[in-house]
Design a protein around this ligand. Structure first.
Ligand SMILES: O=C(CO)COP(=O)(O)O
Length: 122
């Protein structure tokens, strides 16, 4: 089954929720995982079942990165906040890096997320 991770920084969470609502039917077909707060909000505000990992600053990005290393994920949508420094920047870099190591698709803005979700549907 297609397995997808959804992550957003605080300033981008409303964009991710809107994206998920717009693609709810498609996302319901997939196994979904998310970092803690993102997953909580997605489950409250969209009709989606989500396996929640730790919150990003507490290791959630690394937990998702470990799934990439295990070859378990088909794609990641990670709406990052490009305008604010994050305390867990090393974890974020590690996630991006491990996606490149394993050639796993990761979309970091809404336009690329639209391409990714289209690609998964094919
Ligand atoms: O910080 C994050 C990703 O780097 C997201 O974590 P939360 O979903 O817990 O807010």
């Amino acid at each position: 089954m297609t397995r997808v991770a959804l992550i957003a920084h605080d300033e981008k969470k409303s964009d991710l929720i809107e994206f998920a609502q717009n693609h709810e039917d498609q996302l319901q077909e997939y196994e979904l995982i998310a970092t803690g707060t993102t997953g909580k909000r997605l489950m409250e505000e969209a009709d989606l079942e989500i396996e929640r990992k730790q919150s990003g600053p507490l290791g959630g990005d690394l937990m998702i990165g470990s799934e990439v290393a295990e070859g378990r994920l088909d794609g990641i949508i990670f709406l990052r906040d490009p305008l604010r420094a994050q305390p867990h920047e090393p974890d974020i870099s590690a996630l991006l890096r491990i996606c490149d190591v394993h050639d796993t698709a990761i979309a970091t803005n809404v336009t690329s997320a639209e391409f990714l979700i289209e690609g998964l549907a094919e």
